[in-house]
Design a protein around this ligand. Structure first.
Ligand SMILES: Cc1ncc(COP(=O)(O)O)c(C=O)c1O
Length: 393
């Protein structure tokens, strides 16, 4: 079955043929490729076409696909049972790993997605402060909980959805959307401020000097909880929070996902002990999950974190820098943004760029606001091949 046939078949049972809207190609036009398998920097579609893959599951696969160590570790544990509904050693190990690498994150609760992490952390902030209001920033994406679907980035932005249908005015009544990189004046109705410390869902946005420090000071002034959503940025630029790279502000709560699940369903939120104490069973903020801390996901996360070192980040940063430099030479200085290991785009005609690359065997995300994720597996030859599609010499 080819991509087109499979897409037609998918559309008969799955709304829009996809299980997450950005995959539909609606923002760029055309038919999505259906992935058959992946290895390292590459994915192969069901027609046998190979793509150099910069999607990397939107950042979940920092080592590249099917990394041998992750695969062999997973093979060892899969036969031991895949979910128990009782605590396991690997949940403890993963919590220790994450907390040990993130300053200000002393306790951690594992969940199954970034959406769940954001939703739960905000419930916790509201429960702890007894306040309702949530301040978020335009273009930041924190998953698809109702009250966070206002002014969101990622696919919400590329599909032109300001606030999703089905989200009641009541659900977003307490959500205040303010411009990124501007410190808002808060008052004592604010439970929390949630921000991607480096914005990675509306192209790539580096905080201006003083922005995160200003948020910290405003939160402290009014007693609001500062939440860093590091679902993309956590363990992406360095071995822990990205905060030390952009001023070193310590948040009250952190959200993680993607990398810490090693490509399996995983999210986490954590932070200050006195806040996390409000969570059930210690406190009265309820939060739960059948698959939370899943044995396979925790193993995959541990296997990936075990491979990450300063040298790995240096290597991926160099690849991202080389990719950005090469792309800039062709597309123009302002069309490409690079910070550390990530590359973003500010192109007038992203769909044209996207399809030219795809036709040349290179997969970037099918949405103009998504960033590119070079992985450890991308070789210099892959980077050259990527640039050659655009006619680089
Ligand atoms: C910063 C950020 N927060 C939260 C989420 C939601 O995570 P998930 O898709 O796992 O629910 C995402 C997803 O891309 C994200 O980029």
């Amino acid at each position: 079955m080819n991509n087109q046939e499979l897409f037609e078949r998918a559309k008969r049972r799955i709304p829009g043929g996809v299980n997450s809207p950005v995959r539909s190609f609606q923002a760029v036009g055309g038919t999505p490729y259906f992935v058959d398998r992946a290895q390292g920097a590459y994915v192969w579609d069901v027609e046998g076409t190979r793509y150099i893959d910069y999607v990397q599951s939107y950042g979940a696969s920092i080592l590249g696909h099917a990394h041998p160590k992750v695969v062999s570790d997973l093979k060892q544990v899969v036969g031991l049972g895949t979910t128990f509904g009782a605590p396991t050693l690997r949940e403890v190990l993963l919590a220790e790993e994450v907390c040990g690498r993130v300053e200000g994150c002393d306790w951690l609760r594992l969940v199954s997605s970034g959406t769940e992490a954001a939703m739960s952390a905000i419930r916790l902030a509201r429960g702890a402060t007894g306040r309702a209001r949530v301040v978020k920033f335009d273009g930041c994406y924190h998953g698809h909980a109702d009250f966070l679907l206002a002014g969101a980035g990622s696919a919400v932005a590329s599909l032109g959805i300001a606030t999703s249908a089905g989200v009641t005015p009541g659900a977003v009544r307490d959500t205040l959307v303010v411009p990124f990189n501007e410190v808002p004046d808060l008052d004592e109705s604010v439970a929390c401020v949630i921000v991607e410390p480096i914005g990675a869902n509306y192209s790539l946005r580096v905080p201006r000097a003083g922005f995160l420090e200003g948020l910290r000071a405003e939160c402290d002034r009014v007693g609001a909880v500062l939440i860093f959503d590091e679902v993309i940025t956590g363990f992406r630029f360095r071995n822990g929070s990205c905060s030390p790279l952009v001023g070193g502000v310590i948040a009250d709560l952190y959200l993680f996902g993607k990398i810490i699940g090693g490509g399996l369903a995983m999210g986490a939120f954590g932070g200050r002990g006195d806040l996390m104490d409000y969570l059930a069973p210690l406190g009265d903020v309820y939060q739960a999950g059948t698959l939370s801390g899943n044995p396979l996901a925790t193993q995959a996360g541990l296997s990936v974190l075990g491979e990450l070192s300063e040298a790995v980040y240096e290597e991926i940063s160099k690849k991202a820098r080389d990719l950005a430099t090469g792309l800039r030479e062709i597309l123009g200085e302002k069309a490409v943004v690079n910070f550390g290991t990530l590359v973003g785009f500010e192109l007038a005609n992203y769909p044209e760029f996207f399809h030219e690359m795809l036709a040349g065997g290179v997969a970037f995300a099918p949405g103009p606001y998504e960033v590119a994720f070079p992985s450890l597996a991308h070789s210099d030859d892959d980077l050259d091949a990527t640039l050659n599609v655009l006619g680089a010499q």
